[in-house]
Design a protein. Structure first.
Length: 277
C-alpha cells in the first residue's frame, strides 16, 4: 500500500477544513457596521419667569434619541434634545443625559444647584389643603379604625377593634409656618404602646412630639399622596408606635374623614381611619 499517498489524501482535506474554520472565526468589526457611537453633553439654562425651572439642551454628537434623569429618584424620562426640569426643593441635583447613537450610547452628568424651595404647588394642592385645614384624631366611633395586613390584603393580620382610652384623645396637626412643614402630635397624657414598646398594647408614657414632614403627590401603591416624617418608630409615628416605617399614604380624604396607610408596598401596612377633631 502507498502510505504516502494515503496520508496526503487525508491531510489535504484536513488542512482545507482548518483554514476554512480559521477564516470563519475571524473577528468582525460590528461596531463600524452599526455606525458611530454618541458622545453625550448638554447645557443648563435657568428659565426666566419660572421658579426653579431649568432648560436642559443636548449638545451631544451623533445622537438620535435622548433620555433624561433629573436626579429626583424618578427614573429616566424620554424626551427630545431639549426638556424643562422643575425642582420643588433647594439642593444639588445630579442631572444625567443618556444620548443614543447608531453605534452605542453615552452618558453625561451635570450638577444643577437650586437655591430656593418652591412650596406653591404643595400649598395649592387640594389634598394638602384638606390635610392642613384642622387637626385629626382616630375614629373612635367606627368598628375598625385600625386594621393591619399587607398591601394586597390590608386586614390580613388584624381586622380591627375598639380604641384604648388613651388613643381617643390623641390628635395630629399638619401645618406650614416660617417656610417649614410641621407635624404636631399631642398625646394629652398617655400614648398607646404598640407591639414594639413595653408594656405592649397598653397605655404608656406621653410620646408627644413636633416634627418636620414632607408631602408629595408621588405615590407607590394605593393612595393619592404621600406623607413622610424623619426618624424611626417609636420615636416618631402616626397612629400607632409599631408602624413598619414612617412612610404614609393618604388613601382618601374629605373635609371630615381621612384614611391613612402606613408602610411601603413591600412592608406590613396599618390602614387607619381619622376624623376631624
Amino acid at each position: 500500500m502507498n502510505y504516502k499517498l494515503l496520508v496526503r489524501q487525508y491531510c489535504l482535506p484536513l488542512v482545507a477544513f482548518f483554514l476554512l474554520l480559521a477564516s470563519g472565526c475571524k473577528e468582525e468589526d460590528y461596531a463600524s457596521k452599526l455606525g458611530t457611537a454618541a458622545k453625550a453633553s448638554f447645557k443648563v439654562t435657568k428659565v426666566q419667569g419660572k421658579v426653579n425651572t431649568y432648560l436642559l439642551e443636548s449638545t451631544s454628537q451623533d445622537a438620535y434619541r435622548y433620555q433624561w434623569d433629573f436626579g429626583l429618584n424618578e427614573g429616566l424620562k424620554t424626551g427630545g434634545a431639549s426638556i424643562e426640569a422643575y425642582f420643588i426643593s433647594k439642593g444639588t441635583y445630579n442631572v444625567k443625559l443618556y444620548a443614543y447613537g447608531e453605534g452605542g450610547y453615552d452618558i453625561a452628568t451635570q450638577a444643577v444647584v437650586v437655591d430656593q424651595d418652591d412650596f406653591t404647588p404643595t400649598l395649592n394642592n387640594a389634598t394638602y389643603q384638606k390635610l392642613t385645614a384642622h387637626s385629626w384624631k382616630l375614629d373612635a366611633v367606627g368598628a375598625a379604625p385600625i386594621i393591619v395586613g399587607t398591601e394586597g390584603n390590608p386586614s390580613e393580620y388584624f381586622q380591627g377593634g375598639s380604641l384604648a382610652d388613651c388613643q381617643i384623645d390623641d390628635d395630629y396637626t399638619f401645618s406650614f409656618a416660617n417656610n417649614a412643614f410641621k407635624l404636631t402630635y399631642r398625646a394629652n397624657g398617655a400614648t398607646f404602646n404598640g407591639g414594639n414598646v413595653d408594656p405592649n398594647y397598653n397605655c404608656g408614657t406621653d410620646r408627644s412630639y413636633e416634627s418636620a414632614f414632607t408631602f408629595s403627590t408621588a405615590v407607590e401603591g394605593a393612595g393619592i399622596a404621600t406623607i413622610t416624617i424623619p426618624n424611626t418608630p417609636p420615636n416618631r409615628f402616626i397612629g400607632v408606635t409599631d408602624v413598619a416605617s414612617n412612610n404614609y399614604r393618604i388613601i382618601s380624604i374629605t373635609d371630615t374623614e381621612m384614611v391613612l396607610r402606613s408602610g411601603k408596598i413591600n412592608e406590613p401596612v396599618h390602614t387607619m381611619r381619622f376624623v376631624k377633631k
